[in-house]
Design a binder for this molecule. Structure first.
Ligand code: PMP
Length: 397
């Protein structure tokens, strides 16, 4: 039976990491996967996380199962981070949250819950979007449509096209929105654009599904939630899949959450019972460690402010790398305008490099970026910058 199984294509992002690991060249650079690197090129454990783990080691007294929805205290602090503690959604108990394995697990739970329990069978995703979105939603049997988002000529968003495409969506269709730090373009909506999207969702009865994987990597923890809060102020029903992989550096703990918002406390309680049923049929209940770290940090004023300062340091280092990247390309003699890169948000930049140029970077210069031309700026350092920019200058010449 198994001999009939076709070989799966390599994953566009993680497959690149495998190829990178197998590369024996010494000056190789991996700017494929979205992992934060510090100036020394390593991905450290945050000090706030280490301190929380020390606290947990001293106090944790059982490894008994969690409930289906995970650590209760964690689910509360997730809502406060997403909406702000005083938001009416939180105060009126219109949201319920379940801890889930990373942003990916949260998206998958949200999608399966929708397919099994609602009329929503189609999801609109931006073109381009994170490479795994289609895979996750197809696995949950959602149909996929795309809305235009990016203008390759201006290296900016194409908001009119986004609105025009979404105006074709039917009542009950889902709209996937990147809360901030759009992956792969690094281009986000502004306040009035968010309001226009919220109004459109309300008018056409579309259901927003937020993918919120980079809170705090754009401008700040609250600033980055602006879009989500505008939509939650306008639209009665939505879902959020958030991740703490990046902003707490908890990549391998697989910690995120799925939050369901409905128009009343009663509706959300009833619908959420089906989110729990979806989880029970997948992995029964989540692992505890990541959630305990996050809730320990956020419940402690000292640890919270240490975390915020560590997050700020990561955000500011990436912003510096953006400017340095643009300057170093210029210094290497590149005449093409790359200044748009310093205006983008978050870990990624959509460079505009072609598939052929990306292949040449890998084959001839051992610089690995995703085929779409997406570069992880978070993997750049002062040390590897000259190597990267020299290679790009060569493929552009
Ligand atoms: N959504 C987006 C847009 C992402 O970039 C990522 C991570 N690359 C995720 C979701 C998934 O995050 P996690 O690793 O927590 O599953």
């Amino acid at each position: 039976i198994f001999t009939q199984v076709e070989l799966a294509p390599a994953d566009p992002i993680l497959g690149l990491t495998d190829a990178f690991k197998a590369d024996t060249r010494t000056e190789k650079v991996n700017l494929g996967v979205g992992i934060y690197k510090d100036e020394s090129g390593s991905t450290p454990i945050l000090k706030s996380v280490k301190l929380a783990e020390q606290k947990l080691l001293a106090t944790e007294n059982s490894k008994s199962y969690l409930g289906i929805e995970g650590v209760q205290a964690y689910n509360r602090v997730v809502q406060e981070l997403l909406f702000g503690a005083d938001h009416s959604v939180v105060k009126n108990k219109r949201a319920l949250t379940a801890q889930a394995p990373g942003g990916t697990g949260s998206l998958r739970v949200a999608a399966e819950f929708l397919v099994r329990n609602t009329e929503s069978k189609t999801i609109w995703v931006s073109n381009p979007t994170w490479a795994n979105h289609q895979n996750i939603f197809k696995s949950a049997s959602l149909g996929i449509e795309q809305y235009r988002y990016y203008n390759a000529q201006t290296h900016d968003k194409d908001f009119d096209a986004m609105l025009a495409d979404l105006s074709q969506a039917k009542a009950g269709d889902l709209v996937l929105l990147h809360g901030c730090c759009h992956n792969p373009t690094g281009i986000d909506l502004n306040e009035s654009e968010w309001q226009a999207i919220a109004d459109l969702c309300l008018k056409q009865a579309l259901v927003p599904l937020f993918d919120f994987a980079y809170q705090g990597f754009g401008v700040g923890v609250n600033e980055d939630a602006q879009g989500l809060r505008i939509v939650a102020d306008t639209v009665p029903e939505l879902l959020i899949a958030n991740s703490f992989s990046k902003n707490f550096g908890l990549y391998n703990e697989r910690i995120g959450a799925v939050t369901l918002v409905a128009d009343s406390e009663t509706t959300v309680a009833k619908a959420f019972s089906q989110v729990k049923s979806t989880i029970r049929g997948n992995y029964s209940n989540p692992p505890a460690h990541g959630a305990l770290i996050v809730s320990t940090i956020l419940a402690d004023e000292g640890l919270s402010s240490l975390w915020e300062s560590e997050l700020k340091e990561m955000r500011e280092r990436i912003a510096k790398m953006r400017t340095l990247f643009v300057e170093t390309l210029k210094a290497e003699g590149v005449t093409q305008d790359f200044s748009f890169i310093s205006r983008q948000n978050g870990m990624f930049s959509f460079s505009g490099l072609t598939k052929e140029q990306v292949a040449e970077l890998k084959e001839l210069h051992a610089v690995y970026i995703v085929g779409s031309g997406r570069i992880s700026v978070a993997g750049m350092t002062r040390t590897n910058m000259p190597v990267i920019c020299k290679a790009i200058a060569k493929v552009l010449s």
